[in-house]
Design a binder for this molecule. Structure first.
Ligand code: GDP
Ligand code: MG
Length: 168
């Protein structure tokens, strides 16, 4: 099948819903119901095929969110805010939960530092080092806000999803 299920996880408020809406609909949402778990679908052309990419936008209790993500998930987007040290510190905890719940020791993941437009509390080197520790997964820094409401595809945000699909 050409369906790929992805899940986006991370602390509350890091911009998970914003990133997904930017990716799927190309606009920036100023505020989004933080407690709603939603599924989004986008048809993506990738290596001469069109894939139906389903993205589960998790919500709720920080590190407890991913456990409920249910059936088959092909890959995970781990998001923290470059503006929040605590959201960065949560990443290894969330990753361990994913690995525990899937029973695998290797599952496609991408590490994302969002809110590049705000004051940085986590350095690029730290992000890169953590991605390396996570088994050399891709690391991408973005701002879901910078691209604004241009209606244009945001190449940096596309990169997150392409790097994940490449692994799947
Ligand atoms: P979630 O809880 O992880 O889904 O976070 P949201 O997507 O609801 O975003 C939380 C808040 O951060 C919202 O007010 C967003 O508009 C804002 N936000 C998201 N991404 C960015 C960004 O890149 N830069 C800035 N400055 N704000 C952002
Ligand atoms: Mg959300």
């Amino acid at each position: 099948s050409k369906t790929r299920k992805l899940s986006i996880v991370g602390a509350r408020g890091v911009g998970k819903s914003t990133l997904v809406v930017q990716y799927v609909d190309n606009y920036f949402v100023e505020s989004y119901y933080p407690t709603i778990q939603n599924q989004f679908t986008k048809f993506v052309k990738f290596r001469n095929n069109t894939y139906e990419v389903e993205i589960l936008d998790t919500a709720g209790q920080d590190e407890f969110t991913i456990v409920q993500s249910g059936p088959i998930v092909h890959g995970y987007i781990l998001v923290f805010s470059l503006n929040s040290r605590s959201s960065f510190d949560l990443m290894p905890i969330i990753r361990d939960k994913i690995l525990d719940s899937t029973g695998k020791d290797d599952i496609p993941m991408v590490l994302v530092g969002n809110k590049l437009d705000l004051e940085r509390k986590v350095s690029k080197e730290e992000g890169l080092a953590l991605a390396k520790e996570f088994g050399n997964i891709p690391y991408v820094e973005v701002s879901a806000k910078l691209s604004g409401n241009t209606g244009e595809e945001n190449t940096d945000i596309n990169k997150i999803f392409l790097k994940l699909l490449e692994q799947i």
